[in-house]
Design a binder for this molecule. Structure first.
Ligand SMILES: Cc1ncc(COP(=O)(O)O)c(C=O)c1O
Length: 359
């Protein structure tokens, strides 16, 4: 009797939930998280637990947290919008600037949530097919923008899943049209050492999304942020759900922001391991590996399908992300940079698969 149920909008009727790989595995390198445990006790004392009260609503403006985050990023608190993960601030971007009769432009392969949120809000979605290697430059962007005339352009920089940094000139090529909203998703920026943030002041149509899920090692906390020109930020604040960031999240995040040394240590560990993993992967002649500015590496076997290589690694206890179903990602796999031991497990598993094929 499905015909009697209320009808969702057309796109949603056939839509599937967003899912990542959740198979059990000893070594989990599929979600670009920080792979070592972050115990809550690192940031909260027994006294904090007594003093944190749950019967009252949280600070609706998250004043203390926004102040600290703003100071860290060299902007003012009224330029910061917080969300339940950066996915929530991405959703606000589409609720505000998307919708029916508007056009989204993305450069594939890239983070699939942009196209998903575009369709969810009724936008036309235009995918400019860059492929792997991800050779995106200002000329390509300028040409696509002139053809598509988008209302919203999304970049992931560094780009998930390829790991490429999108340089400022390429972003500015999209931002040239002042009425186009350009979202720069910097979920992995800490690992690249580069950010577009200082340019927001002169480029008010560019907004930058950040997250606590990657270099801040707190994916379970669910905290993301958007940084925007203060007039644009005011619109986001008007669209934001009240109390979307809970009391516990606000408190823990203030402690995480203060832990500059912890962040620096994690970033340097990833940078060192990333170059080691890239070097080792390049030493395997059957594997093509791409340089990354993020905490993951994209690679592919020159002959073997992504699904088969993924399954063979999983049989050896290592779970990576098969991104071959993402538009224009080809037969690629994406592996998070984990601890040295985890990365060795990945490399050993790969060598074992290649040796078995060679036998
Ligand atoms: C490019 C990019 N943006 C956003 C997110 C989502 O992050 P959050 O956990 O802050 O919602 C991810 C997660 O993998 C990502 O890769």
């Amino acid at each position: 009797m499905i015909g009697d149920l209320p009808r969702p909008r057309e796109w949603l009727a056939g839509a599937k939930p967003y899912r990542t790989e959740s198979q059990p595995a000893e070594v989990r390198l599929q979600s670009n998280e920080w792979t070592e445990p972050t115990p809550l006790g690192r940031y909260l004392s027994p006294a904090d637990l007594e003093d944190t009260i749950l019967n009252r609503y949280p600070d609706i403006a998250a004043g203390e947290l926004r102040k600290l985050v703003a100071r860290r990023w060299g902007v003012t608190p009224d330029q910061i919008i917080l969300g339940n993960g950066s996915n929530e601030v991405l959703l606000y971007t589409f609720l505000i600037f998307g919708g029916a009769d508007r056009t989204l432009l993305v450069f594939t392969p890239t983070y699939t949530m942009y196209a998903r949120l575009g369709r969810l809000t009724g936008m036309r979605v235009r995918e400019e097919r860059v492929g792997v290697p991800y050779a995106l430059d200002a000329a390509r962007v300028r040409d696509a923008v002139a053809r598509v005339r988008p209302d919203v352009v999304c970049f992931s920089s560094p780009n998930n899943p390829t790991g490429d940094l999108v340089d400022d000139a390429t972003i500015l090529a999209a931002a040239d049209a002042p009425r186009t909203l350009v979202l720069v998703d910097e979920a992995y920026a800490e690992f690249s050492g580069h950010t577009f943030l200082p340019r927001i002041a002169e480029q008010p149509n560019v907004v930058v999304a950040r997250t606590f899920s990657k270099a801040q090692a707190a994916a379970g906390l669910r905290l993301g942020a958007l940084v925007a020109d203060r007039r644009i930020a005011a619109t986001y604040e008007a669209a934001r759900l009240p109390y979307n960031v809970g009391t516990l999240t606000q408190l823990v995040a203030t402690r995480i922001v203060a832990d500059e040394a912890g962040l620096a240590e994690r970033v340097s560990a990833v940078v060192e391991e990333r170059s080691r993993v890239e070097r080792e992967l390049r030493g395997l002649s059957a594997i093509e590996a791409f340089s990354s500015a993020a905490n993951f590496v994209l690679f592919r076997h020159r002959a073997m399908a992504a699904a088969a290589l993924h399954a063979a690694l999983l049989e050896r206890g290592v779970l990576v992300r098969d991104v071959s179903s993402w538009p224009d990602a080809g037969e690629s796999l994406r592996a998070t940079i984990g601890s040295r031991t985890e990365n060795d497990r990945l490399l050993d598993a790969l060598r074992d698969v290649l040796a078995e094929r060679g036998r």
